[in-house]
Design a binder for this molecule. Structure first.
Ligand code: 5GP
Ligand code: MG
Length: 185
């Protein structure tokens, strides 16, 4: 991303941001995922559950590529305090307001890292007796996995680097970058 753009977003030009996935690459991945999801869910009126806050941008772009009946929900889970390290403990900060029983549920996540967050939510949803339960993740960092997670729809495999942009934050900053960037130490 151009330095000028970073500065105009009010960000520290010294921060060491390196573009990993451009807006155009993300767009084409979103379109590919949308066509896979369309093939599987067109007649199922699925309930898409985005995990806040990181997935807000991905979910917004994804649903605009899905031209069939669906519903959108959000949960807010928290495993990170501030900064870059997972605490390993997941809390549900904001729960579901829609019934899950009998629904075709698709969880939408920005990144699967250790897997702890999404494994927690999938376990929770399994107990709610959805008709089906799948996971779509824009990015997957398999080298960091600590608990096994089945990802049904994957955008990109990414290296073991701390990523920001396109919804992903560091201490709440950088979510508004249109690209996904590596934030150096
Ligand atoms: P996990 O529980 O799989 O370790 O982590 C899941 C959550 O941690 C993600 O939803 C995301 O919010 C955050 N996370 C994991 N890796 C990164 C990363 O590289 N950058 C950012 N900004 N957040 C991450
Ligand atoms: Mg997240």
């Amino acid at each position: 991303m151009a330095l000028r753009t970073i500065i105009s977003l009010g960000m520290d030009s010294q921060a060491g941001l390196h573009c990993l996935l451009t807006r155009a690459e993300i767009d084409s991945a979103v379109k590919r995922l949308a066509s896979e999801i369309t093939a599987d869910y067109r007649d199922k009126t699925p309930l898409l559950i985005g995990i806040l806050k990181g997935s807000f941008m991905f979910l917004a772009d994804l649903v605009r590529q899905l031209d069939f009946a669906l519903e959108v929900e959000f949960v807010r889970l928290s495993s990170y305090g501030s900064g870059r390290q997972t605490t390993g403990k997941v809390r549900m900060v904001q729960g579901l307001r829609s019934a899950v029983r009998g629904r075709h549920v698709l969880v939408v996540e920005d990144i699967v890292d250790t897997g702890i967050t999404v494994a927690f939510l999938m376990d929770y949803l399994k107990k709610k007796k959805a008709a089906s339960l799948r996971l779509c993740a824009l990015t997957d960092k398999p080298s960091r996995r600590r608990v096994p997670v089945d990802i049904d729809y994957t955008g990109f495999e990414v290296p073991d680097k701390f990523l920001v942009g396109y919804g992903l934050d560091c201490d709440e900053k950088y979510r508004n970058l249109p690209d996904i960037c590596i934030l150096e130490e």
